[in-house]
Design a protein around this ligand. Sequence first.
Ligand code: GLY
Ligand code: MN
Ligand code: MN
Length: 439
Amino acid sequence: MTPAESAVYAARRDAFMATIGASGVAIVRSLPERLRNGDAYHAFRQHSDVFYLTGFVEPETTLVLRPGAEKERVVMFVRPRDPEREIWDGRRAGVEGAVARYGADVAYPSSELATRLSDLLANHAELHYSLGVDEDLDKLVGRTLVRLRMMEKRGKRPPRTIVDLQVTLHEQRLFKGPEELATMRQAAAITSDAHIAAMKRGRPGTTEQEVAAVIEYTFKSKGGNAPGYESIVGAGANATILHYVENTARIADGDLVLVDAGSEFGHYTADITRTWPANGTFSPPQRAIYEKVLAIQKSAIDLAKPGATITEIHDHCVRELTRAMIDLGLLAGTVDERVADGAYKKFYMHLTSHWLGLDVHDVGAYLQEGGTARPLAPGMVITIEPGLYIAADAPDVPEEYRGIGVRIEDDVAITATGNEVLTAACPKEIAELEALCRS
Ligand code: GLY
Ligand code: MN
Ligand code: MN
């Protein structure tokens, strides 16, 4: 880690500690490594809260922040150096590295968390912690509170309040700093390149799996870490299954291919969807649907600016997509009627936007006090991803539209004056897509 990077993590910890105040204490921890099958593990990826505050990427890491403490304000529990284990599992920074390179005031072996936690929590009024995410840690926190209750008469008072990290740390993570936006631009650029590579490769006769492989090969060869979520490659009617990740079918002549894939870079993920004709030409029904979704997606991006809300953007997409459904003969009646009775949900069943950052569905409250949608503000990053999905067996719809699924998704950073489309380099115009699919 360079001194400039260390300074960024230190500034994030300082900002967070200023928010929770001298009476607060916070715990964040890596999620446990998970078995995949037999004795093979899923690839480990650091918990975003731990990464955001430390840049530390090893498993079994716990960070305890105690802004009001005289010493041991930044405490890390990490895997200790172990030459034997490091031969098998890879290098470790150890407790020495956590202090020397990752900004800990003090570091202990992970195995000492259970015995040290009560002293670290004692006499702090508020515990900032995400209950319900890690069952083992919930139990340890619970046991620690019980222990402290028994010790109160000896001067060790347990926290009185547990504050969800959504209120503090996740609010901070919602607003991306310049260095985060720069990283997200890189993730977006790598992901755009991967979508372009997929468009060039995804001819009739290739498999969805091959397209997914081209995408993930491009991510890694351009410096991305890995997909930020399971890549979705759906050809033909598979495009109408929202979280289709089987990716095993062969692409047929005449299929549209929907690809929803995003690379992580520096732990931040992009989230792009493009839909294109494998044989290089949109059929008239495919074109009719695509043109409408594209126009709506562009008009939704124009709405994304400070003061607007993602509810307004979604409501706009719902109305315009419903109008499109009526125009196409998928629904009858008026826009008002079909929005009111929710009939549009047969063909547009998901929301239009989510926060984006270290997590694909990033943290941050969607509602403000009172339960109304919060206004967008500079530094927030959202997706805008309207779509239309007509199942292969949808009843009462024109035959020509059955089995067509289209989604177009871009990543949009809110700026002081409007927005920056981080994924603008990824083609979405019909002529561009057809040219790439013919190349
Ligand atoms: N790829 C997940 C999403 O678009 O929300
Ligand atoms: Mn998305
Ligand atoms: Mn997506």
